[in-house]
Design a protein around this ligand. Structure first.
Ligand code: NAP
Length: 338
């Protein structure tokens, strides 16, 4: 399993405290925002289910500027340490359920485990959730051979005969390559012949003798009694159906933003459910900003560096918002952890 920092330790949940900014989400966008808001001397708390977000689903990162190639968990650690260096509080293991503005103009942020905070501004960096196929057998066999994270679960399939990976993006190809080192056969099932994945990942997958591409094809059923035993696949061009014997299926078909959460807060979303932001990461609600994979910004290019950039811009906008409203009262830095 990848490192999920802070998830094991159950932190104290702050109740009633007021911050200049509450950042919801502890992935690259949220932690980058925290680095910047604390540098703007704003009192800052990050509340999140985990630290790392989508980075926890990746094994290796070699395109974050200045870091060379490193394990994703190491990059997560570096982000967290950097945010804490300037005194951002980070609370994990909580899910934010609602954000509403009171009559005094202050936001109230409530969530699981009694979370109840106040904030002059809010940055939503809530990321996205893995997309489901929605085929028979998927829900019933989830966790019994159906996985949404190759990087997390590949070692559990060591020595097995065969697995199916679904998707044509980076996650599917990274997963297929990783799994090819654990199992005898990997079927990569993709609905068309073109791939979104980075060319070097595609080349690496093609170089593996035990990866077979099943293209122009969709999964129509996951078959098994108590655990995955086979996957039914239909060729979209010929209509032919095939049953692939498999011990597991890794569904790596991208992610979806939490549309319902945004709509509950009263934020405008695009057709995909991403919260709509302008170039300054301002949402449709004054004082609420957003950053990262959950936004309408650069939807076809979700990278750590783009998420971090959006976090920095959202922080700058939150700082300007406080200044414009006459709410900015800089907090002197004490006990700097450099
Ligand atoms: P993605 O890039 O959105 O790709 C999703 C893939 O799943 C696409 O090939 C898509 O097919 C397919 N798909 C979507 N819905 C489907 C459905 N209902 N049935 C069958 N296939 C479906 O998602 P991702 O691979 O999870 O990557 C997300 C982001 O994270 C990307 O920006 C990626 O670059 C980044 N990432 C990077 C790395 C890395 O650099 N090592 C690793 C993982 C993720 P179509 O192409 O036909 O639409």
């Amino acid at each position: 399993m990848p490192l999920r920092l802070g998830a094991a330790r159950q932190p104290r949940i702050p109740k009633g405290a007021e911050y200049d900014v509450v950042i919801v989400g502890g992935g690259p966008a949220g932690l980058s925002a925290a680095i910047y808001t604390t540098r703007f001397l704003m009192s800052t708390i990050v509340v999140s289910k985990d630290v790392g977000g989508q980075l926890n689903l990746t094994n290796w990162v070699d395109d974050y500027p200045g870091m060379g190639g490193l394990e994703a968990s190491k990059l997560v650690e570096a982000f967290k340490k950097h945010a804490e260096m300037f005194n951002a509080e980070i609370v994990t293991g909580v899910e934010v359920k609602n954000v509403e503005r009171g009559e005094d103009g202050v936001f109230r942020i409530t969530g699981s485990r009694g979370l109840d905070l106040k904030a002059k501004s809010v940055i939503l960096a809530v990321g996205s959730q893995r997309r489901k196929l929605g085929v028979p057998g998927e829900a019933e066999l989830a966790g019994r051979g159906v996985s949404y994270c190759s990087v997390c679960d590949a070692p559990l399939f060591k020595g097995k005969d065969a697995v199916v990976v679904v998707g044509g993006g980076d996650a599917a190809f990274e997963g297929a390559v990783l799994l090819s080192g654990y199992v005898k056969k990997v079927y990569l099932v993709h609905r068309r012949r073109g791939f979104r994945a980075k060319p070097f990942l595609v080349e690496e997958a093609k170089s593996k003798d035990n990866i077979e591409m099943v293209l122009d094809s969709v999964v129509t059923e996951i078959i098994g009694d108590g655990k995955v035993e086979a996957v039914r696949v239909r060729n979209r061009v010929t209509g032919e159906e095939t049953v692939l014997k498999a011990d597991g299926i890794f569904i790596e078909i991208g992610s979806e933003p939490p549309r319902e959460f945004f709509e509950r807060i009263g934020l405008e979303v695009d057709s995909a459910g991403n919260v709509i932001v302008d170039e300054w990461m301002r949402t449709s609600v004054d004082g609420i900003f957003a950053a990262g994979d959950c936004t309408s910004m650069w939807p076809s290019f979700r990278q750590v560096v783009t998420a971090a950039s959006m976090g920095a811009v959202a922080a700058y906008s939150a700082y300007n918002y406080l200044q414009e409203k006459g709410l900015y009262k800089p907090k002197p830095l004490t006990g700097l952890k450099v």
